[in-house]
Design a protein around this ligand. Structure first.
Ligand SMILES: Nc1nc2c(c(=O)[nH]1)N[C@H]1C(S)=C(S)[C@@H](COP(=O)(O)OP(=O)(O)OC[C@H]3O[C@@H](n4cnc5c(N)ncnc54)[C@H](O)[C@@H]3O)O[C@H]1N2
Ligand code: MOO
Length: 453
């Protein structure tokens, strides 16, 4: 009798997978194309922010000393000019005020801005008045934004490893940068294996199945900032698989496949590994990982038609296994390719705490990853505590069954239950990994028991 090899823990398998991957080489990228990329250099400000001292309000630039007592007895000042945003004003003549707009450069000699509301002038469009009555006392610095008060030239603004978020990009533009060294977005080919697969919406012949994993993986890749470059489908022969993999890998930094990695008599990856490994240039190894779903896994390299060896991650075919395996293995692999450090990537995988609102069956010797939704706390359970852990419930009464694809859309997160947990009891603490785009609003699947036909 064949003995199954010992199972690896998810951490052991992830470690083995990540040790084969390196960040994609960084290049110069215009800021407009860099959203979501990982910065590959430390950056300092080339401009101060604000670039010049300017007004925080629409109003009148003055010398503060000339407004002393204006709160009790209004002070009338001649208006010597107008400063719209973008203008470079001349100096403020002593004893006068200049009308100024928000963001416009403060004239030399002025040290405060009186809001238009604190004068006799109406806010909004109006011709330049000859005089203004100031009705509030301005202290030096009132409504003035000083040059360099946010950052000065040479101040550090971002470190290598920073994700170029919308806010970071705006900060880099403000300090005078136009492009940065960043790691590119990983280009990924998705390969669905299985002769049973047909396009979504195609009338089903007996035995065939709509290809949902292709769409699932393509969407997950987009949600994780990767580019999908090919989505071929292949039947269950090793020769076809080798050909499709080589073609798909051509424009890719990574190939992700689903299906064909278990013990089935027609599983093409196992056939490929057994018979074609050396002639096809495919080098893959398989593991059994102590997780449910997602036990059979594989990774290695495939020979692309352009001669490169391209990493491949092979996921099991069951759809829930694909979502779970993507979250636990592919997402960290993409993070490493994208330029994140391995230690930081593995640290980010630690689940947060949650509580089970209902009980469910655990997964024996395997760690369970169960699709859940966030629910209201059961009556009387810490509803008012601001930092109370969220409560969760399975999206489906059949729990973590790896085929429950139709209810997967209701999942907001995966509950993580350690191996050898006899069962999850109501109120028990479990781990929680939030999904990238949790479903909202929440359907409940399904509400009634069904009898098998
Ligand atoms: N004797 C054993 N059988 C199985 C074992 C085992 O250890 N011994 N492991 C089971 C586990 S766990 C899993 S997970 C599956 C993994 O199987 P494969 O990776 O070989 O996947 P397939 O057999 O190709 O497909 C499984 C299932 O998923 C459906 N599928 C596949 N691709 C798609 C797709 N693109 N879109 C939608 N659905 C897809 C497929 O039709 C099957 O129903 O093996 C168990 N068996
Ligand atoms: O481990 Mo399989 O992924 O149960 O379904």
């Amino acid at each position: 009798m064949a003995h199954a090899p010992q199972m690896l823990s998810p951490e052991e398998y992830l470690d083995a997978l990540l040790s084969t991957l390196a960040p994609l080489p960084a290049g110069q990228v215009p800021l407009a194309d860099a959203h979501g990329l990982v910065l590959a250099q430390d950056l300092r400000a080339r401009l101060p922010v604000p670039a010049w001292t300017n007004s925080a309000m629409d109003g009148y630039a003055v010398r503060a000393a000339q407004t002393v007592g204006a709160d009790r007895a209004p002070v009338r000042l001649p208006v010597s000019g107008d400063v719209p945003a973008g203008a470079a004003p001349g100096p403020l003549a002593p004893g006068t005020a200049m009308r100024i707009m928000t963001g416009a450069m403060l004239p030399e000699g002025a040290d405060a801005v009186v809001r238009v509301e604190d004068t006799d002038q109406e806010p909004g469009q109006a011709p330049l008045p000859r005089e203004v009555e100031v009705r509030a006392r301005a202290r030096a610095g009132l409504n003035v934004r000083r040059a360099g008060e946010d950052v000065a030239v040479g101040d550090p603004v971002a470190r290598a490893g920073t994700v170029l978020s919308a806010a970071v990009l705006s900060s880099l533009a403000s300090v005078g940068l136009s492009d940065v060294r960043a790691h590119p977005r990983p280009r990924v080919a998705v390969v669905s294996t299985g002769t049973e697969l047909v396009d979504a919406g195609t009338p089903l012949a007996p035995g065939s199945v709509p290809d949902s994993n292709g769409l699932l993986l393509q969407g997950l890749l987009a949600e994780h900032g990767a580019l999908t470059v090919a989505v071929p489908r292949v039947g269950d022969t090793a020769a076809d698989l080798a050909q499709v993999l080589g073609e798909a890998a051509k424009a890719a930094d990574l190939v992700v496949t689903s299906g064909g990695v278990s013990a089935g008599a027609f599983d093409p990856f196992t056939m490929l590994a057994a018979s074609h490994e050396h002639s096809s240039g495919t080098h893959v190894s398989f593991a059994r990982v102590a997780m449910q779903p997602g036990k059979p896994q594989g990774h290695g390299t495939v020979l692309a038609q352009d001669g490169r060896q391209v990493p491949v991650i092979m996921l099991p075919g069951n759809p829930v296994s694909v979502l779970v395996s993507f979250t636990v293995f592919v997402a960290p692999a993409l993070a490493v390719l994208s330029g994140h450090g391995r230690r930081e990537v593995t640290a980010s995988m630690v689940p947060v705490a949650a509580r089970a609102a209902v009980g469910w069956r655990a997964a024996g010797e395997r760690r369970q990853y169960l699709p859940v939704r966030l629910v209201a706390p059961p009556d009387g359970e810490g509803r008012d505590l601001p930092d109370a852990p969220p409560w969760v419930a399975p999206v489906h009464r059949l729990g973590s069954g790896s085929h429950l694809v139709a209810s997967l859309g209701a999942a907001q997160a995966l509950a993580v239950v350690e191996a050898h947990t006899p069962a999850v009891e109501p109120g028990q603490e479990v781990g929680l990994i939030l999904l990238t785009h949790p479903a909202s609003p929440l359907p409940t699947y399904p509400t009634r028991e069904r009898r098998d036909p």
